[in-house]
Write a protein of this length. Structure first.
Length: 575
């Protein structure tokens, strides 16, 4: 297997910056409408917008792939961005309500100008309230996320990429992001050509001409985007809390934010309003350049539901997200948490659980998996990174600031440096041994106390971090616990430390006894083993002998053992 490499998105970032520069020229095309809607209805069920159908001056519809995008053809047909005070005037009139407003660059739907005319024509002088607003630049192709593509890891080109980028940065790690060559190539992940990709991201700018005039938005979804390709004008609207009065739900999915500063600008929508549901899923960032003030908020944060989902194929640590969530807040509460952890950087997640365990009712988690383990940097890779020079030549330092920070980043350009970003990245790239040691130390020094968890569900693959995961479960059990479900996948039966695993389950049973949990509604343990033998009974007997503490537990769990679960075999060690 070709080794994963840190900072393999460097070339992509430069290309994204070039695209962003071209995007600032407003090279967009107008779109027109199909299937006009009934203007008399006060409740518009679904309004969808699409740039695939473009309009020539004579009004004739043509396909986007044969229409040459002219520089300023579309924007003049839409009114300009209005300041927030003008977008949300006070009115006592009954609002014009829209259930769902979707702007999707991947389907054929009515155009921005027509939607603008219909939406505000039907509303008249009444305020416009949207229940769910969704913006999507590029729908994923072949089941792969389109917005996290990177250069071909097997590219044999020389150190220069034609943009002034030289080999000084080939092995640098200021991204804080890991691309895995075991995944699909760039052209498989993202099948649109560059012009079409630009057109679909420029389309988001046109959509924000409508978004900025909405008086209330309850739910905002941003999906499948490369944030650097979104025009700076549109980024300003989508990260400005003043344009999203009434926001209660923020859903970010498969967005490459380019920098952590940009990500945190969008996250400020959460604390500016009473957002109670936050999803950050499969998102990426290529540069750790956020300002320390962006992770030092004291504003209270009360979430009914939090979803965090890392992507196996990228292994991008989410330490910055957790840092933002924690901030310096005295008040941070999460009622329900659903977490998918793919990176080895588990300590920040423990910090988050420790802060929110008191008051939390439901915790579901998938810890570090075999798939992400196969994509991890090897210990040798990480040692090589730590041995690299801590700072590039001054020429390279200047290029890093110029290339890797977007113009609207909240960053001190005098102090942000390659060295700072490199230090942040190395914290997010521990070896398995170091990650396990740090997590165990964190649980010993500052254990999780005062848990109120009623429902706990974890899926663990037997790696070193599974040990940490089970220790977290033990500390989360409390007198309120009524459901515990543990699913454990074992890829190599012979490499399991069965005595240690047995002790971990014994500790879980002791936690039940200590908290006097006698009426657990459901306690189940499922064990999946890649087992070559045909006899399921033999496998079950072997597990019973290896893990007697489960079967002797005072709180009797329902135990299921499954063989031949189709787990991928371990990747053979390569020199």
């Amino acid at each position: 297997m070709t080794m994963a490499r840190v900072a393999s998105f460097i070339q992509t970032s430069i290309q994204s910056s070039d695209r962003m520069g071209r995007a600032n020229k407003d090279n967009n095309s107008d779109v027109t409408s199909v299937d006009p809607r009934d203007h008399d209805s006060q409740l518009t069920d679904n309004v969808s917008v699409d740039p695939d159908v473009l309009c020539q001056p004579d009004g004739k519809l043509v396909d986007a792939d044969i229409w040459e995008h002219s520089d300023d053809e579309g924007l003049p047909n839409l009114p300009p961005i209005v300041p927030p005070t003008a977008a949300s005037p006070t009115s006592d009139a009954e609002p014009h309500k829209v259930v769902e407003l979707m702007f999707d660059g991947g389907f054929r739907n009515p155009g921005c100008r027509k939607v603008y005319q219909e939406l505000f024509g039907a509303a008249g002088d009444r305020p416009v309230h949207v229940q769910a607003l969704s913006l999507c630049a590029c729908f994923p192709f072949n089941g792969q996320p389109p917005c996290g593509y990177g250069p071909d890891p097997d590219d044999d080109s020389d150190g220069s990429d034609g943009s002034g980028h030289d080999e000084d940065f080939e092995d640098s790690d200021e991204r804080g992001n890991v691309d895995t060559s075991g995944g699909p190539d760039a052209e498989d992940v993202y099948s649109l050509d560059e012009n079409e990709r630009e057109a679909r991201h420029l389309f988001i700018r046109k959509a924000t001409r409508i978004v900025c005039r909405l008086d209330k938005v309850e739910s905002l979804q941003l999906k499948h985007m490369m944030w650097a390709d979104v025009h700076i004008e549109a980024r300003a609207v989508l990260s400005n809390p003043a344009y999203f009065n009434g926001l209660t739900m923020l859903h970010l999915w498969d967005v490459n934010f380019a920098t952590t500063s940009q990500l945190m600008r969008v996250l400020e929508l959460v604390t500016a309003h009473r957002v109670t549901q936050l999803t950050v899923g499969r998102c990426l960032w290529e540069v750790n350049n956020h300002h320390r003030k962006q992770v030092a908020s004291r504003l209270p944060l009360r979430l009914k539901r939090l979803e965090l989902s890392e992507a196996d194929e990228y292994n991008c640590s989410w330490r910055p997200v957790v840092q933002w969530l924690l901030g310096k807040r005295e008040v941070l509460s999460v009622k329900e948490a659903d977490v998918v952890l793919s990176s080895l950087d588990i300590t920040p997640l423990i910090d988050l659980i420790r802060k929110t365990a008191c008051g939390m009712r439901c915790f579901h988690a998938i810890f570090h998996t075999f798939e992400s383990e196969d994509a991890d940097l090897t210990d040798e890779d990480i040692r090589r990174l730590r041995d690299e020079p801590r700072k590039p030549p001054r020429r390279g330092e200047d290029r890093a600031v110029r290339w890797y920070c977007l113009p609207d980043d909240i960053v001190n350009r005098q102090k942000w440096s390659y060295g700072l970003s490199r230090a942040r990245a190395l914290k997010q790239c521990p070896t398995m041994e170091q990650a396990h040691a740090d997590a165990e130390q964190a649980l010993r020094d500052d254990p999780i106390l005062n848990s109120t968890l009623q429902d706990i569900e974890v899926l663990l693959d037997w790696t070193a971090l599974a040990i940490t995961g089970l220790r977290v479960v033990r500390q989360l059990i409390c007198s309120a616990t009524r459901r515990l479900r543990i699913e454990l996948r074992i890829r190599d039966f012979e490499r399991v430390e069965w005595s240690l695993l047995n002790d971990l389950f014994s500790d879980i049973d002791k936690a039940f006894v200590r908290h006097e949990v006698s009426d657990v509604i459901e306690y189940s343990v499922q064990i999946w083993v890649e087992f070559e033998k045909d006899s399921h009974e033999e496998l079950h007997d072997m597990v019973r002998r290896k893990l007697p503490s489960i079967y002797r537990s005072s709180v009797k769990p329902k135990v299921s053992v499954h063989g031949s679960c189709g787990l991928m075999p371990p990747v053979p060690d390569t020199e």
